[in-house]
Design a protein around this ligand. Structure first.
Ligand code: KIV
Ligand code: ZN
Length: 391
């Protein structure tokens, strides 16, 4: 069976930029937008144009710069937001307006002091108005994760009637379990009239650490777009991490779902976003963390030196990391020490290794991690050194 394509909608510059204290200026946004375009994302959500003159300007400049991806601007279901977004997007090769409204009972009651019928009408009017500017209109049902499926299906139906090309089903509060989120997508696929005219999109937040799992469950159950950010940054606990969903689909080809992402660019763009936003990426972050391909226990190191696949399911080069790392600590074994010693120029015999290893353990008990300079020092202060240089 040939693979079906899952669109990658990157919202690093909109939802991602909502991280407190991580505001980017237009110049930084342009650098990131260009890299996102080269990474191969299908959609770049460039900002929320009505929110500030700076954001408006960023969307204008990104629209002019981007060659391949669709450029998208966020709005509320408010006429002026939509008009301003259309203006900001006017130079985009492929413009998309992303409009929507809260649909859960909590949002309807507490945010809007409204009722379901009024929300349906506002959804219809917003999409119709956005369609008067651009062909490509995405509708979001905010807090869809906590919206009951029957009402959500009515919202989707009315958005499609008004011309929505994409239906975004956000788990805004990161509440859903993967099985629930998947069942929601399945329900919409099976119950919304006209669903074949639109693409269903996953937009999952990570409040319970389930954003990636929910997005994957969403596409398994019929969604064909994932909204995500580089390094999973975003409001509160963040959004679905782009690098995670892309690599999950790549490493599980039997799902028959693929993306157009050039995965060997993932590490570079992760670093770029982290540096520009001033957000440090946790070392154990999947795919792009400093330890994602580092091995420190003796048992693992021995396996990886014999064959990388014993403890790695991804070739680091596939995501732009030069090589796996064999980290030397007091938990490392002889195989790791011999491997690292060889890399810095010492080809140790078994006898030499035995002696250097004893010296290494003493050193490693005092220092957390042994670097290349330490290796030189350990070897040069070992009796075996004289044998090495005279050999
Ligand atoms: O999380 C959310 O619901 C959103 C929408 C505005 C799309 O970011
Ligand atoms: Zn969001």
């Amino acid at each position: 069976m040939s693979s079906q394509s899952v669109q990658i909608f990157d919202t690093t510059l909109r939802d991602g930029e909502q991280v407190p204290g991580c505001k980017l200026n237009t110049k930084q946004k342009l650098v990131i937008a260009e890299q996102l375009d080269q990474l191969g994302v299908n959609v770049i959500e460039a900002g929320f144009p009505v929110s500030s003159p700076g954001d408006f300007n960023s969307v204008v400049e990104i629209s002019r710069l981007v060659n391949n991806a669709t450029v998208c601007g966020l709005t509320r279901a408010v006429k002026n937001d939509i008009k301003v977004a259309a203006e900001a997007l006017q130079d985009a090769k492929y413009p998309r307006i992303h409009t929507g409204i809260g649909t859960s009972d909590s949002h309807i009651k507490h945010k809007f002091n409204s009722d379901r019928e009024t929300i349906l009408k506002r959804a219809y009017d917003a999409v119709t108005f956005a369609k008067s500017f651009v062909e490509d209109v995405e509708f979001y049902a905010e807090d869809a994760g906590r919206t009951d499926n029957e009402f959500l299906a009515r919202v989707c139906e009315i958005a499609i009637k008004a011309g929505a090309t994409v239906l975004n089903i956000p788990d805004t509060t990161g509440y859903c379990l993967p099985s629930e989120y998947g069942a929601k997508m399945k329900y919409l696929k099976e119950n919304v009239k006209g669903i074949e005219k639109a693409i269903l999109s996953c937009h999952c937040h990570n409040d319970l650490g389930l954003a990636t799992a929910n997005s994957i469950e969403g596409v398994i159950n019929g969604a064909r777009q994932i909204e995500c950010t580089i390094n999973g940054i975003g409001e509160r606990a963040g959004n679905t991490a782009l690098e995670e969903v892309v690599m999950i689909l790549k490493q599980h080809p039997y799902l028959n779902l693929d993306t157009s992402i050039k995965t060997e660019r993932l590490y570079g763009i992760s670093q770029l976003v982290s540096e520009n936003m001033g957000i440090y990426t946790q070392p154990n972050k999947a795919i792009v963390g400093a330890n994602a391909f580092a091995h420190s226990s003796g048992i693992h190191q021995d396996g990886v030196i014999k064959n990388r696949a014993t403890y790695e399911i991804i070739d680091p080069k596939d995501v732009g990391v030069t090589d796996s790392a064999i980290v030397l600590t007091a938990r490392s074994g002889r195989a790791a020490l011999a491997y690292r010693a060889k890399k810095v120029g010492y080809d140790l015999t078994k006898l030499q290794l035995d002696e250097v290893y004893a010296n290494f353990l003493n050193f490693a008990d005092r220092k957390k991690e042994i670097d290349d300079n330490d290796i030189h020092q350990i070897i040069e202060t070992s009796k075996a050194y004289r044998q090495i240089i005279s050999a």
